[in-house]
Design a protein around this ligand. Structure first.
Ligand code: NAD
Length: 252
């Protein structure tokens, strides 16, 4: 264990199982000595989370579909843990039928759901979190290159990720007055519960790996390490930015 994040309390949103990118973040945060507060979507997710975490790890329920849930969750966090030093938002959702075929097939409802859960929730989380974030804190979200390139079947999620990345820049501007940094990590394709919902994801995964300079896929641990760096005081010069952690897929 190193001491990079010793004394820092980090809220981690989005672990559902050991394939989750957020779980890669949890491993990195703990390796660096952070205190991790896990939020989970509902009781079903909590059961899965409980199998991964230690008995004394802190958990707080937070379904980001409602603003009041987010408000209540951060009030509970303040009550139980006081001020915090960072938030990691590793949450996305779109109805399965929106992640196949063509964008013109998309419904208004799936657009709304994808944007609310995958983009607006980040703004809503920042609004509540800033009330209890210490100066020098850091907020990070997870995004994907489908925001700036047309990736087959990603469709509505590509639009939501573009919106999420724009929100990173605006939030960085707003929260700078509190000395809070806001960034995004653009992960390469990784097989997870969420990504398995994208039609043809297996091919996308194989294609991504062949396009990396070393011909390898990125791991959740590698993504987690970069997120831990963004939570740390080593990254105080970075805000409003996007860091690719994809083994170089985006260069080709
Ligand atoms: P995952 O399924 O492990 O995690 C998704 C999480 O979102 C789950 O914990 C789920 O409970 C949570 N979630 C969904 N709806 C929610 C709600 N209403 N309230 C609270 N939580 C909710 O999948 P993942 O791939 O680890 O996804 C994490 C993030 O990484 C997402 O933003 C995803 O878009 C992004 N990402 C994934 C990949 C990939 O290839 N897997 C690549 C780039 C970016």
């Amino acid at each position: 264990m190193n001491t990079l994040l010793k004394g820092k309390k980090i809220v981690l949103m989005g672990v559902v199982n050991k394939s989750s990118i957020a779980w890669g973040c949890a491993l990195a945060l703990k390796k660096c000595g952070a205190e991790v507060i896990f939020t989970y979507q509902n009781d079903r997710v909590k059961k899965q989370l409980d199998r991964l975490i230690d008995e004394n790890d802190a958990t707080v329920e937070c379904d980001v579909a409602e603003d009041t849930n987010i408000q209540v969750a951060f009030e509970e966090i303040e009550k139980r843990f006081g001020n915090i030093d960072g938030v990691i938002h590793s949450i996305a959702f779109a109805p399965k039928e929106a992640l196949e075929g063509e964008l013109t097939d998309a419904s208004r409802d799936s657009f709304k759901i994808a944007h609310e859960i995958s983009s607006f929730s980040f703004v809503a989380v920042a609004r509540e979190a800033r009330k209890i974030l210490n100066p020098g804190s850091s907020i990070t979200t997870l995004t994907y290159i489908g925001s700036s390139r047309a990736v087959s079947n990603y469709n509505i999620m590509g639009l939501a990720k573009a919106s999420l990345e724009a929100s990173v820049r605006y939030l960085a501007l707003d929260l700078a007055e509190q000395d809070i940094r806001v960034n995004a990590v653009s992960s390469g394709a990784i097989k997870t519960l969420a990504s398995s919902g994208i039609k043809g994801f297996r091919e996308l995964l194989d294609d991504a790996a062949t396009r990396t300079p070393a011909g390898k896929q990125v791991t959740i641990e590698e993504v987690g390490n970069t997120v831990a760096f963004l939570m740390s005081d080593l990254s105080t010069g970075i805000t409003g930015d996007l860091i690719y952690v994809d083994k170089g897929t985006h260069i080709s």
